[in-house]
Design a protein around this ligand. Structure first.
Ligand code: CP
Ligand code: NVA
Length: 303
């Protein structure tokens, strides 16, 4: 059975912890200028049906640094956007590449690709999950503060794909997650259902952030929700992460955002450009975490 990464739930706790350790090691090797090419002459296929800066660049650079190459496949200039069955695309790409990254609207599409692929498929963001971002975020926490076990994380904003991935991480790595959303924007009930009581849902950002070790937010209008933007700006009034809200967190609290960020909406410039913010460490860590992920999946699948 080919192993894929469609959500963090495709990994065990132990595998995630080891992957983060390995990412730190790979980061050190890179800074020492050590050549390490486990993908030599190998190709990484990258199907992107939505925009991207960080995910695309970090996977392309990861493939280059691993001695291979990344092939960007946009729907408009391939048959992916012309109705060729994903099953056929999966078979073709599996015969020539070592792994496939896919960013798409519906999670069902990336799952469908994985069902027909002989090489690992990595979810580079779907409407439900963004697991690669979480690996980078966890790595960033570990570098700044150590273990995530038992910490209090506050999610403020939309119950979206990033929120869902934080919920997965909370269960796998055993930390508390308080999620504050406006009524009607809560995360999927199945994803946050947690019989060990780690995940709490509230509608008041202060109730989530009070005493938190880490405060996380994301855009109020994700890709594909552009037409809802104005309605969302109104619905999310009072959910901006600003200095006053951050003051209610633990005095040592960090701030995270997966980027791209919209200053003045989900977060103020003072917070995202301020001393508690680690957003650019998160962005850089996409590269190191995904190199560890690629190495793991290639090895697990004997490639
Ligand atoms: N955080 C993130 O996934 O960024 P991109 O949309 O730029 O890839
Ligand atoms: N929730 C955002 C994340 C972007 C990286 C989106 O899906 O657009």
């Amino acid at each position: 059975m080919t192993r894929h990464l469609l959500s963090l739930n495709d990994l065990t706790t132990r595998e995630i912890v080891r992957m983060l350790d390995r990412a730190i090691e790979l980061k050190k090797m890179l800074s020492r200028g050590e050549l390490y090419e486990p993908m030599r002459n190998g190709a990484l296929a990258m199907i992107f049906e939505k925009s991207s800066t960080r995910t695309r660049v970090s996977f392309e650079v990861a493939a280059i640094q691993f001695g291979g190459n990344a092939i960007f496949i946009a729907p408009g200039d391939s048959h992916v956007g012309r109705g060729e069955p994903l099953a056929d695309t999966a078979r073709v790409l599996s015969s020539m590449t070592r792994a496939i990254v896919m960013r798409t609207h519906s999670h069902e599409r990336v799952s469908e690709l994985a069902r027909h692929s002989r090489v690992p498929v990595i979810n580079g963001l779907s409407d439900r999950f963004h697991p690669c971002q979480l690996l980078a975020d966890l790595l960033t926490w570990v570098e700044h503060r150590g273990s995530v076990s038992g910490i209090n994380v506050a999610w403020v904003g939309d119950g979206n794909n990033m929120c869902h991935s934080w919920a997965n991480a909370s269960k796998l790595l055993d930390f508390n997650l308080r999620i504050a959303t406006p009524a009607g924007y809560e995360p999927d009930g199945d994803i946050v259902a947690d019989d060990r009581g780690r995940i709490t849902l509230v509608n008041d950002p202060r109730a989530a952030v009070d005493g938190a070790d880490l405060v996380v937010t994301d855009t109020w209008a994700s890709m594909g929700q552009e037409e809802e933007k104005q309605a969302r700006v109104e619905a999310f009034a009072g959910f901006t992460v600003d200095d006053a809200l951050m003051r209610t967190a633990h005095s040592d609290a960090l701030f995270m955002h997966c980027l791209p960020a919209y200053r003045g909406y989900e977060v103020t410039a003072e917070v995202i450009d301020g001393p508690r913010s680690v957003v650019f460490d998160q962005a850089e860590n996409r590269l190191h975490a995904q190199k560890a992920l690629l190495e793991f999946l290639l090895r697990e699948n004997g490639r």
